[in-house]
Design a protein around this ligand. Structure first.
Ligand code: TMP
Length: 236
């Protein structure tokens, strides 16, 4: 595989073309942002942790029958993935109230909810990723109703698997964000990443935050939290 020109630079990753027309190279950065890019910083070692953790979890999900964009990890920070067009939605899965849901509904963080909640945000930085519902999604043509049924089904299955897998490692999965893409033939696959940047992980015993909220909220111990999650999942 040969790395070619950079196609896109996001806040946490760069995407490169390769000599294979249907595969791209994703390169994870140590850069961190929050609040739609307003807060900027670096988390040493984050690129490698997020890359390796994402691939580890996507492999597990593939074994559970969830299709993903993963092809193969090529280095600590770089991974070959299938080329997709991203469905322009952030799919948020919530088990326990936290973050923007706590603010919006006035629920203290940590409040259990009757059941899992799915939310969708339209991916548009200029608009600040506004929350939308299935009616907006269908009306704007961002995804078909059939695609949304599949995406919701995958998101809930991913949640069931990750929640119990992490529970055994002493971690509560509070909420997380997923992105899906379409392969050339239209198949929906899980894309993007699953990492402390995109999930809320709380230590089951102490409630300690082991995710990017430590950066967002200036709690300190950011690198240690990422390393701790890596250690619990992959032992190193
Ligand atoms: P929120 O409570 O701020 O809406 O975040 C919900 C989940 O989504 C949380 O686990 C963090 C993740 N997330 C992202 O991955 N990217 C984002 O841009 C935002 C705002 C949240």
């Amino acid at each position: 595989m040969e790395k070619r020109e950079m196609l896109y630079e996001g806040k946490a990753k760069r995407v490169y073309a390769t000599d294979r027309s249907d595969q791209l190279l994703v390169s994870y950065k140590d850069d961190a942002t929050a609040f739609n890019g307003l807060k900027k910083g670096q988390i040493a070692g984050k690129g490698a942790i997020n890359n390796r953790m994402t691939n580890f979890l996507m492999k597990k999900l593939e074994q559970q029958g969830i299709p993903t964009h993963l092809v193969e990890e090529v280095s600590d920070t770089d991974t070959l993935v299938k080329r997709v067009t991203i469905v322009p939605l952030e799919v948020i899965v919530r088990n326990i109230a936290a973050g923007s849901l706590s603010k919006r509904l006035g629920l203290p963080e940590g409040t259990p909810m009757g059941h899992t909640v799915l939310e969708y945000c339209y991916k548009d930085d200029a608009l600040g990723d506004p929350m939308v519902n299935e009616y907006h999604i269908a009306a704007m043509g961002w995804a078909s109703e059939e695609e949304m049924r599949l995406i919701a089904d995958y998101a809930l299955r991913i949640n069931d698997f990750l929640r119990s897998y992490l529970k055994d490692l002493g971690v509560d999965l509070i909420d997380f964000k997923l992105e899906f893409g379409r392969l050339m033939d239209g198949t929906i696959v899980l894309a993007d990443e699953i990492s402390p940047d995109t999930c809320r992980f709380w230590d089951s015993k102490t409630g300690e935050k082991l995710d990017k909220d430590r950066f967002r909220r200036d709690l300190g111990g950011v690198e240690d939290a990422y390393r701790e999650m890596m250690k619990r999942l992959m032992g190193a």
